[in-house]
Design a protein around this ligand. Sequence first.
Ligand code: GDP
Length: 597
Amino acid sequence: MSNNGEIKPIELPSSVTVRELSERLQTSPIDVIKTLMSNGVMANINQEIDFDTAAIIAAELGFEAQLEAIDADSGKDKSAIPLWRQWIAKESPKNLKPRPPVIGILGHVDHGKTTLLDSIRQTDVAGGEVGGITQHIGAYQVKHNDRLISFIDTPGHAAFTAMRARGAQGADIVVLVVAADDGVMPQTREAIAHAQAAKVPMIVALNKIDRPNAAADQVKQQLAEIGLVPDEWDGDTLVVPISAKEKQGLDDLLEAILLVADNASILANPNGEVFGTIIEASQERGRGAVATLLVQNGTLKTGDVVIAGKSQGRIKAMFDFKGAPITEAPPSTPISVMGLNEIPEAGEIFKVVASTKVARSMVTQRKLDDEQSDAAEHTGMTLEQLFARVQAGEVQELRLIIKADVQGSLEPIISSLEEMKVEQIGVHILHADTGNISENDVMLAATSSAIIIGFNVGPDPAARRLADNEGVSIRTYNIIYRLTEDIDKALKGLLAPEKREVILGRANVLMVFSASKIGKAAGCRVIEGELFRNAHMRVMRGDEAVFDGEVASLKRHQEDVREVRDGFECGIGLKGFNDFEEGDMIECYKIEEVKVL
Ligand code: GDP
């Protein structure tokens, strides 16, 4: 409730990339990434972050974020209205049947969301005894007045995930928890914005009324000021005083939920197309990918083929929230399922498709689309790109991140690099530290188009992967003058490109025979890629390379050919090699020059 005067208002969309956020906040993406990291969120510059996360980052950088108003005409920010709801709206009205309401619980951290979810689960669990629940699956159902209510139960502490946004996205009704002793706080306002954006009705649970310093009227006043006028003051918002901890007022809250549900026409076609939302997912030992789904339309059955984001699979087994096996799940049912080939992302829409073949081709297409957009989004820089940008007047410096094994080697490296300047290009050291090259270093490099130098240290595996994905160059050295020499050459544009091997194809040796002119040749079948006569070939016996050299002959049906494709047989002779054995593997490769810096 404090306001220290300097805070600037800003409107943000329900989802924003790190780059766009930094532009809107007029700050560098590095600052945004650093702030995210200090809050435990690893994100790269092109990553989408949800409004909640963006709002918290904005707050740390001196802004108060509001969810951008939806521009209905332009269709902008359509994401605010959940896709599944748009799909249900396409069903023919005569097929729609009432279904249990799905409730999302939102609110400021520590206002009691988790406690409330636990208390409701303990008192009113559908089907009776709580002891029957063997697993927490991220959603559950209770029965009140003989009617089912589904609750999305994702961990309350996850302030920095998309969970709260998702709570509003998957829900029919939002219960906004406001602590009576703390009042309306920033995340309360965000939650309201989410619910309003998703056009989801809200009920306020005025929590912690057992506290001596609870100030119910004051909080109602605050709520009224931001547009949630309590019903007892002739407004439209049901405000239910409760104590989640003492289990007071819970029945009233469930009553209120059913009342709102009755006015909200919560419907679906149980016989229609099957789709819903992924609530949670994880890899479980011996069970593979296990996902909690909320069915929102149709009836999901075991044996159905499901696609969710880039994962797909046939539902092998399905369990209700208590862990009991079931074979059918009608609308609004939270279930956990086994059978997906990968872990889908929480918040994603799942859908039943006709066959595994359809699912696979859809996933392949989605992956391809992603790769293409990833490739377009690479932010790392090669030397070539650097010079192109220098010529375009965009960059006047070679940005470096330096990691070394000890402080003692760091200092001379920094001082010698800082002196370097060739024509208009200088060296700018963004960050220098001891230790291995980490994901953070790579992220910083990616955001700032920098190159990473390791001295007696290398990247850890996660950093290597990220660098590959982001197109960040990492160069490692163990002699200082080599390092400075390379940088000097890089600045002069003279650095020799690094050579890299690219495997073009592989073939199995099926038999060995004598060929008059060249000695022994191998009869092979190409099992992967293509073999080329003008490329290099390497003979692998198990893990060992027994020969590496050039092609003497490449034939199909006695005819010389330039190339042989995957699936075809061919005869191969290699210059200076006569020791083929059945079972050898021939690798065909070329050497590619890559600009490294
Ligand atoms: P969340 O961050 O919104 O999920 O909040 P929690 O459910 O973790 O609650 C935060 C703290 O408030 C915990 O220490 C709870 O025991 C306490 N708490 C939650 N509800 C009540 C309540 O109704 N009365 C009192 N006195 N404390 C509560």
